[in-house]
Design a protein around this ligand. Sequence first.
Ligand SMILES: [Zn+2]
Ligand SMILES: [Zn+2]
Length: 347
Amino acid sequence: MADTMRAQRFYADTKTIAVEDVLIPEPGPGEVLVKVAFCGICHSDLSLINGTFPAQLPVVTQGHEASGTIAKLGPGVTGWAEGDRVVLAAGKPCLACVNCLRGDMSNCLRIRLMAFAYDGGWAEYTVAQPFGLTRIPDNVPMEQAAILADAVSTPYGAIVHTADVGIGESVGVWGVGGLGTHMVQLARLVGAAPIIAVDIKPAILDRALAVGADYALDARDPQLAAKIADATGGRNLDVAFDAVGLSSTFEQALNSLTVGGRLVGVGMSADAPSIGPTSIFNLFQRKVLGHLGYQNADIGTLAQLVSLGRLDLSRSISDIVPLEDVAAGIEKLDKADGDPIRILVQP
Ligand SMILES: [Zn+2]
Ligand SMILES: [Zn+2]
């Protein structure tokens, strides 16, 4: 194996990126080296580049949605072998905070996010902790496996864990891009009804219907509230997911809830939306829930659903760019060129 590899690097001081030769990392004790097959481009990658998210390191390799094969085991690693097909968790618990020390790693207070706190997957190789790996069945394409690590699992976590959507509950999804498309599909899988997709582009609204929404409504339609009421027999929504995270989407989703309904915030921005007067908030017994990420076991659940044909992600890969063209892929997502669900980098 060569000593060096190609990797994308983000420089915090100039907010610029480059693809460069760097040393192939050596897996330490309890770590594995993974040869990256594919790694998604996510809006949170854009947020680091444009400064919405603060940089944690002066220079870092981005990309946190990766599939690959194990290339080398570090000392002391058991249960895994070179060549195993895996998806990498997009974060590492610190193992030192009070929650980690009581065994509650999924609620780590200082979770270290891949591509922010340590080098990510827009590179030929990356290092991972074995307990963050998920084995991928042979019949699941590596392209689809990659997006399980965020674009599919974050919606899964929002629907199954944070919102705990039940059969027959009415669900709205604001923003039907990389996250929202999979929210619609997973809401359908858990039996939500009706499912109402809200966006502003006709092509995206058509696509939302194709992946399982019962209704697709334009966020700018002055009749939106009346149409949501109509679609739900006058009840409005049990659960509203805001996959965008702007004040406008958050507040529109909040005001579409039925009494006791819950808003789940998934998309992120620097906006600071209002929950409105406390009199209304309390009177309607609204619940506002922040959501981040997923549990590692969720990736295995999703891989099984794909493997058994229950979840179809074949439409989710909009484009694949070579690592050398990562900048073009980032720009394409930033401009929503072709309304991508997910663009992948292939190192
Ligand atoms: Zn992401
Ligand atoms: Zn911790």
